[in-house]
Design a protein around this ligand. Structure first.
Ligand code: CP
Ligand code: NVA
Length: 336
């Protein structure tokens, strides 16, 4: 790679623990100042006159809206390119598309199907590529998720920050336990890499036959020097002592044909109050979901309860997108 090669964000694996922590902190700080009416001077006009291409081959509400809104906050121009709009996939290769688009814009935010497609885009792009969800990873979601956890568990943060050395720059999330109940998918894989880097315990319950693929498990566990991941096929086991219960749709985009089979294989995996009680989740447990949500993976009672963080989590996508655009586009990949 040349010294001028752009830095991409394709998964949380691309970030050091310090960089991930810094992005989350920056997102939190920007959220606070902008919501109180003060745009930090470093952000004013930061992308003035620059175009950010949003290349999406799948539907999106949060990722599209948060990215477009974050680009607007920086005075840039978000250019949405859906699969019906451009030649990619019909008349033009990924290679040519990437070379051409990147010659005219400052960054590419790409939602594709196969992860290797976003890797291919990055390989041939002369500007930063941000993964906006592939079949393997969803880094923007993970940053928003840990920002949400940081906000929801402030006392934990303070206690452990105080008990740790002055030099520690952590968010103080160490010791928290996340229980993921459901499908082992793209959202989980980056959440797990984040857990590895932030010292969070993660317990994953999937039905038999839907476990984390072994190459992915290797990548995830190699991201932490200490053991932090446990896996089970029994939801109650994962829920035990969990601070946060998390799930996602059982049928990710592109897997629609497996719906019938999955609906029966995932019986008993719906997150409900009873499951939390039976499994022994911690007092004051919270619920998270990246959205969009289907009723089968979580009951209305939990989803719309005061324990649910889902709408705060969705809003935090904006602040995560802002921090990532600032770091990767404005500051050219320097995360400070
Ligand atoms: N959570 C998430 O990425 O939502 P969208 O698919 O609506 O962007
Ligand atoms: N796992 C889901 C996440 C959507 C934001 C999917 O890939 O469709």
């Amino acid at each position: 790679t040349s010294p001028f090669a752009p830095r991409h964000l394709l998964s949380i694996a691309d970030l050091t623990p310090h960089e991930l922590t810094t992005l989350i902190r920056t997102a939190a700080t920007h959220k606070q100042s902008i919501k109180s009416g003060h745009v930090p001077p470093t952000l004013t006009n930061a992308l003035l006159g620059q175009t950010i291409a949003l290349l999406f081959t799948k539907r999106s509400t949060r990722t599209r809206v948060s990215t477009e809104a974050a680009v607007a906050l920086l005075q840039g121009h978000p250019m949405f390119l859906g699969s019906q709009d451009i030649q990619l996939g019909v008349n033009e290769s990924l290679h040519d598309t990437s070379v051409v688009i990147s010659s005219m814009v400052s960054a590419l935010v790409a939602r594709v199907d196969a992860h290797e497609d976003v890797v291919g885009l990055a390989k041939h792009s002369s500007v930063p590529v941000i993964n906006a969800l592939s079949d393997a990873f969803h880094p923007l979601q993970t940053i928003a998720d840990y920002l949400t956890i940081h906000e929801a568990f402030p006392s934990t943060s303070k206690e452990s920050a105080a008990s740790k050395s002055e030099t520690s720059d952590g968010l103080g999330l160490e010791g928290l336990k996340i229980a993921w109940i459901g499908d082992a998918n793209n959202v989980l894989f980056d959440l797990a890499l984040g857990a590895a880097k932030l010292g969070v315990q993660l317990s994953v319950a999937t039905p038999k036959g839907y476990e984390i693929p072994s190459h992915m498990r290797e990548l995830i566990t190699s991201a932490s020097p200490t053991a932090f991941l446990t896996e089970t096929n029994v939801p109650e086991e994962a829920v035990k002592d969990a601070d946060i219960l998390v799930t996602d749709t059982w049928i990710s985009m592109g897997q629609e044909s497996s719906k019938g089979q999955k609906m029966s294989d995932f019986a008993g995996f719906q997150i409900t109050k009873e499951l939390a009680q039976r499994g022994g989740a911690k007092q004051g447990w919270r619920f998270m979901h990246c959205l969009p949500r289907k009723p089968e993976e979580v009951s209305d009672e939990v989803f719309y309860s005061p324990a649910s963080l889902v709408f705060q989590e969705a809003e935090n996508r904006l602040w995560a997108a802002l921090a990532v655009l600032e770091a990767f586009v404005v500051n050219k990949g320097k995360i400070v």
